[in-house]
Design a protein around this ligand. Structure first.
Ligand code: FPP
Length: 261
């Protein structure tokens, strides 16, 4: 996607010692970057704060990630906000997160207008508390005509549930005679994923140091480069996004092929 280089230089003006915009090849920016935003709880605990303070601080990082991604010209930014397994957290924390998702989305709608960002959700949002679902549906409706970056938020998302759903949808189409069993190929599965129509992520960023996928985009991450930082999500900044892209640009992506000579 097109970006404004002057605006980008101004945005990345005040560089720390180890990274600056000139370290990045602006002709090789990933189209889709995905993020596992981990470590809000640890960030809060390390500061003697309640866990929810970490989630609240995480909103600021997410806003900055959206803004920097638009500046850098990503087509898609996706982020894992709440998994199908996160319902097992204490009810108070689940309630807080659902409330935070709704209030943040409403508050940030002007940013989505200003940046021409189109919202999308990955996961079963019909199972969310009514207020949260209503706000999400409003966000979808109000940003549907936007033509800039897609911001895809994974909420009540689990990759195995997503693949089981795709299999179910395929089976229903076969049963109804809309599809033949021997026509079922990768494209037919892809069409029935929550990410349908989006490019696969070229880069996955995970904060807080864990080296696992946590049931996130198992299909879509088949050839994705990983960037793991020990920083907790609330400390992730526009500079960390640049560090992640620099790491990505240093990788040799072969997609199962041979090393280029
Ligand atoms: C992981 O930290 C984070 C979450 C489960 C929630 C993600 C939510 C945000 C970043 C808040 C803002 C998001 C929106 C969409 C408004 P953790 O609680 O698992 O941290 P821990 O591993 O240190 O306990």
């Amino acid at each position: 996607m097109e970006f404004d280089e002057g605006e980008l230089r101004a945005y990345y003006d005040d560089a720390p010692d180890d990274i600056c915009l000139s370290d990045i090849d602006l002709t090789n920016i990933p189209r889709h970057v995905s993020m596992i935003m981990d470590g809000n709880g640890r960030w809060a605990t390390e500061r003697g704060l309640a866990r929810h303070e970490g989630h609240i601080a995480g909103v600021d990082s997410l806003r900055e990630a959206v803004t920097s991604s638009v500046r850098l010209g990503f087509d898609v930014l996706s982020a894992y906000a709440f998994s199908t397994e996160n319902w097992k957290r204490p009810q108070q924390e689940v309630d807080l997160l659902m409330h935070l998702f709704a209030t943040t989305l409403l508050k940030e709608l002007p940013l989505f207008y200003q940046e021409n960002v189109r919202l999308r959700f990955l996961g079963d949002i019909t199972a969310l508390p009514e207020k949260t679902r209503e706000v999400f549906e409003e966000g979808l409706e109000k940003t549907a005509a936007h033509t800039g970056m897609v911001f895809a938020l994974a909420v009540n998302y689990g990759s195995r549930a997503e693949l089981a759903r795709a299999a179910r949808l395929v089976a229903q189409d076969v049963e109804a005679g809309r599809l033949k069993a021997d026509e079922v190929d990768e494209d037919e599965i892809e069409k029935r994923l929550y990410t349908s129509g989006l490019p696969d992520p070229e880069l996955l960023v995970r904060t807080s140091g864990e080296l696992r996928l946590s049931n996130y985009l198992l299909w879509q991450l088949a050839y994705t480069e990983f960037y793991v930082t020990s920083k907790h999500w609330p400390d992730f900044s526009r500079w960390d996004m640049l560090r992640a892209i620099r790491a990505y640009q240093g990788r040799d992506r072969r997609f199962g092929g041979v090393v280029a000579s």
